[in-house]
Design a protein around this ligand. Sequence first.
Ligand code: ZN
Length: 413
Amino acid sequence: MPDVFADLVGQDEAVATLRHAAAAAAAVLRAAHPVAVGSGQAEVEGQPGVDPGAGMTHAWIFTGPPGSGRSVAARAFAAALQCAYGTGCGECPGCHTTMTGTHADVRLVVPEGLSIGVGEMRALVLRAASTPSGGRWQIVIIEDADRLTEAAGNALLKAIEEPPPRTVFLLCAPSTHPDDVSVTIRSRCRVVPLRQPPAAAVAEVLVRRDGIAPDVAQWAAAAAQGHVGRARRLARDPEARQRRDAVLAVPRRLTGVGAALDAASALIEAAEAEAEASVAEADAAERAALQTALGAGGTGRGAAGAMRGAAGQLKDLEKRQKSRATRAQRDALDRALVDLAGFYRDALTMALRAPVAPVHTDTAAMAEAGAQKWDAEGALRRLEAVLECRAAIEANVKPRIAVEAMMLTLWKG
Ligand SMILES: [Zn+2]
C-alpha cells in the first residue's frame, strides 16, 4: 500500500508541511514516553535534531476549492499522526484504521444538513478531551467547518483556546474568509492551503487508484475542473454523465424568454430529482430504524410517555432529513452551475485566443460558435452571470429566482 499522502493529488507543498509536522509530533511522543511509544521508533529515519513540537501544533485548517482534497489531506495527516512510525507509512494499524475510519481516537464530523449544531459540537469537544486510548493523539476532523453554527463555533473555539495536551483539531473549509471561519478560530490555527490540482494529476490518480482507462480519465479530469471526486463520478457513473450532458445542452436551447425560463425550471427540477435520489435510501433506513426502536417499547406502563417521546424524535428526524435534502439539492445545483461556468469559460478563452485547453472538450465546437457570436465581452458577462448565481444561492437567495435571472442574462448577454 502506498503511503497515506499518495491520494493527495498535486499538493506537494502541503504534503511536505504535513510530513514535517507528523515527524515533529512523533518526536513529542518519543520525548514524553521514551520507551512506551510504538515499536517503530527505531525505524523513523534519523530525526535526532528535531526539536519536539517544532512544526507541530494542535489546530489546523485545510483550505481550498471543493474537490481539492481538504478532507483527504486532513485524514491523511490524522493517519500520519497515529502512524506507529510517525510517517504515515500506510501499512501499520494506526495508518490503516485511520484511513478506513475505524481508529478509536479519530473522530470525523461530516455535517449532513446545512450546519453543525452546538449540541453535536459540545459532545465532540468533551470526548476529544479524553486520553487517547492508543497512546498517541485524540484527533477531531471537522469537514465543512464553514457550516458550523455560531454557537457551535464558540464551543469549538473554547476547546482550541485551551486544548487538552494530546488533542488535535483538523478543520476543513473553502477559505479563511471570516464568512467561512471566524477570525478568532483562524488566529489559533495553522493554515494549510490546497490548490486546485492540475487535470493531469487528477487523471493520473484515476488511472492508478481507480483503474480507469487513460483516455476516459483525461476527459473526466478536464471536465471536472480539478475536482477529484467529481472526476471519478464522471468516469464511472453513466447517470452523472447524462446529467452533465443535459446541463451543457442549456446554452443552445436559450432562444427566447420562454425558453430561458423553461431551462431554469429544468435545471432546478433536475437538481431536485438528483438530490432526492441521493438521500432517499438513507431517509428510509433511518425512519425504519427509529420505528423499530420505538416499537420495541410495546404496551407497558411507560407506553404513553414513550409515545409522546416518539413523536418528538420523529419530528427531530424529519427536520434533520429536510435539512440534509436541502443541502443535497444545493450541492447538485452547484455542480450543474460549475459545469455551465466551464462552458462559458471555454467560450471566453476561445474569444481571447488564449492558449489553454478547454474544460469541456465535447462542447468545444459549441463554445467556439459562442465565442464568435458574443465576443470576449459577451462571453465574460455570461460567465459572470453563472458565478453570480452561485454566489446568490450560497447567500440564501431562492434557487429558482437566482437561476431564472441567470438564464435571462445567458440568453440576452
Ligand atoms: Zn503507519
